[in-house]
Design a protein around this ligand. Sequence first.
Ligand code: WQD
Length: 374
Amino acid sequence: MTQEPLQRVLVTGGAGYIGSHVVFALQETRRFKVISIDNHHNSHPESLARVSQIAKSNLPANATAQDKESTEIDAYQADLTNEAQVRAVFEKYGKGGIWGVIHIAAYKAVGESTEIPLTYYQNNVGATVQLLQIMSDFECTRFVYSSSATVYGTPPHIPIPETTRLQADSPYGRSKVMCEQILQDLTAAEPQRWRAISLRYFNPAGAHPSGLIGEEPRGRPGNLFPLLAHMAVGRVPPDLKVFGSDYPTPDGTCVRDYIHVVDLARGHLLALDALAPGSRIFAGVAADAPKIKAYNLGKGRGMSVLQIVEAMRKATGFEYKYEIVGRRRGDVPDLTADPTLAEKELGFKAPNDLETMCKDLWNWQTKNPKGYGQ
Ligand code: WQD
């Protein structure tokens, strides 16, 4: 049986927490040749070596040379704000040489973005505009964009449908809104050329069940899940602070829609396939209308901070002691997705439950007590 040739796909931020799981999801299919661009600002090159190792170990006995080729990653350490570096990567594969791009690389700390907004706009917006221009020059016009639930700001309704107005309330969230609007304008200007999907992540959590790849933030984690894991494994002092218990939520602490990172990663594969010619998600769209859609990637189940602490206590056996302190700037009471559009149009599913997220995170952390740095 003749095999379809591998499709080259560029993943920006491919060495990161989300990126490495997306690269794994692509390699799992053995349909893609993955290229990664990452400046390792918040990632480790070791992650991609391990992704490739998992893919190789999963090869069937009758693997073809092409199957083996699909487990090799063309990884480039480069900065997306450096035009020459990015252009050099595209030059290597020539016009039409890269089938599509999954753009994940971005700075993503809400609080930090309020302190250094220009850095966020340059890295998250400027670099995206430059990437799209280079893609256009090289006839690469399929784009999956890593957006975020933070584009909804404080949403008027829970769960949140994609039709909710976008009104972020941090430079980070606004950088995501701006990029979604840039994609709207680009696809409207060239509806016959461009196809794009924005994926609005809710709260990714957990790790690949192999325990070989996982979240490894530089320094003390700001996000709740990795912080709880670092505390339980003794990497940071267990001085857990709960940011506010006076929110209009069942137990007064913030509610978020946590989704297993493996499920989130598979959503990118579905989005990539939905950009192929003849895709049903654009079937009803007029030829001269923009080919762009946005989808929530969440479970549709909100969990509070205290529920997460309790779930991690059960998974790790660590007796967390916490102090309720004031609210954190930029936090909103509840971000819970309405996931039905992605389920209906992309066939997206997020079957892994909270217990599995905690178990897989803890498996990663205990197998890698110092992360990739050991
Ligand atoms: C979750 C809840 C905190 C730490 C993050 C990113 C955002 C997006 C999604 C990419 C909040 C509370 C936390 C602590 C706490 N990523 N908390 N004590 O803020 O929902 O969003 O992931 O798009 O960019 O910032 O996640 O894990 O930081 O916080 O009480 O020490 O846990 O207040 O309510 P968040 P988080």
